[in-house]
Design a protein around this ligand. Structure first.
Ligand SMILES: *Cc1c(COP(=O)(O)O)cnc(C)c1O
Length: 368
């Protein structure tokens, strides 16, 4: 038996003919940056998310960064981020010259705890970046209420949550802006790097469009010192092929999650994901928790089952953030989560039988 964590080749092979046709169309067009393919994908993706606009950028990190930058975040500003997230959430803040201010999660959902945000707000706070971690939406209503009260800008980090719903509304329309990644392994993945910002704020969208293209609205005329961060025509064309299949892929992930929830229920010491009734997650990751995480991962690997730890080290303990001066124990929830989480295989081409096999293996390992 061999069950990979995610079979990316199979994910893309399922659309091979359509992807090849899109590649040929771009090849034959002779136009590779900022053309019809990108504007058509932007329109389709905005419509999917229920936002007025999508702006294609080079990757998910840049999507968060450019949204913050366009909102005027800069040196001296503080931005509230989850203490447990992929480091890109923090890096986007740092690249603006601002300071990431970590806030601990709700332990049951791993997402930013709205009740803890107020205590972290200072006169310098300018923005909040809630992350829809593992594909489950953060509790956005109280976050937006706090933001309105303190005049803060909110950008959703939706890199793991394409299509997820909060009280029935899709991510990408819940904050002032939202940042998506199209890294190959994400729920909507390109065959390379890619990202997008969605927003219904026309002025903000215009500033992001300018920033992604050298600060220029008219070629060779530069209004602001911008960046080069564009989603290219080829990735846009490939993403346009995959977008109509996103919901089906998410449905298969949901079915796998249901098998895991059923087959793994009641194992002592094993914590399963919990879903509030207002959340419709898209299961980018199916993350369990166990005190003997490393033993479990090793035993699964010996049986040919792939797992990954998302993520082994909390951002505040990374050497990259040594300058912030945090130490072990400063964010105990995040630290415990990073010590104990394990992501099980899940993906649009994985079968329910495979999920049942993974669950049976876990049951066996943890009974021993
Ligand atoms: C993947 C990811 C990003 C960054 O996206 P890239 O396209 O890899 O730059 C940001 N935040 C989270 C939560 C992610 O999972």
């Amino acid at each position: 038996m061999s069950i990979p964590f995610l079979d990316l080749k199979a994910v893309n092979q399922a659309h091979a003919a359509e992807l090849e046709a899109a590649f040929k169309r771009v090849l034959d067009s002779g136009w590779y940056i900022l053309g019809n393919e990108t504007s058509q994908f932007e329109a389709a993706f905005a419509s999917y998310c229920g936002a007025d606009q999508a702006i294609g950028v080079a990757n998910g990190l840049d999507a968060i960064f450019l949204a913050l930058k366009a909102a005027g975040i800069g040196p001296g500003d503080e931005v509230i981020v989850p203490s447990n997230t992929f480091i890109a959430t923090w890096l986007a803040v740092s690249h603006c010259g601002a300071t990431p201010v970590p806030v601990e999660p709700v332990e049951a959902t791993y997402n930013l705890d709205p009740a803890r945000i107020a205590a972290a707000i200072t006169p310098r706070t300018r923005a909040i970046v809630p992350v829809h971690l593992y594909g489950q939406p953060a509790d956005m209503a109280p976050i937006m209420a706090l933001a309105a009260q303190h005049k803060l800008f909110v950008v959703e980090d939706a890199a793991q949550a394409h299509g997820a719903r909060y009280h029935g509304r899709r991510t990408g329309q819940l904050g002032h802006a939202a940042a998506f990644s199209f890294y190959p392994g994400k729920n909507l993945g390109a065959l390379g790097d890619g990202g997008a910002v969605t927003t219904s704020d026309a002025a903000l969208a215009e500033r992001i469009r300018t920033f992604r293209n050298y600060g220029s609205k008219v070629k060779y005329y530069n209004d602001v010192p911008g960046y080069n961060s564009r989603l290219d025509e080829l990735q846009s064309a490939l993403l346009a092929v995959k977008l109509p299949h996103l919901d089906a892929g998410n449905a298969q992930r949901r079915a796998i999650a249901a098998v895991y929830a059923r087959e793994l229920a009641g194992i002592p010491g094993l914590t399963l994901p919990q879903v509030p009734d207002w959340a419709e997650p898209v299961w980018h990751l199916y993350v369990v928790r166990h005190a003997q995480r490393d033993r479990l991962a090793k035993a699964l690997a010996e049986r040919g089952i792939g797992t990954i730890v998302h993520y082994p080290v909390a951002p505040h303990l990374q050497p990259a953030y040594a300058e912030l001066g945090y130490k072990e124990g400063d964010f105990p929830l995040a630290e415990a989560i990073h010590r104990e989480v394990l992501s099980l295989p899940i993906g649009p081409t994985m079968t329910l039988e495979q999920a049942a096999e993974v669950a049976a293996a876990i049951r066996q390992i943890l009974a021993a």
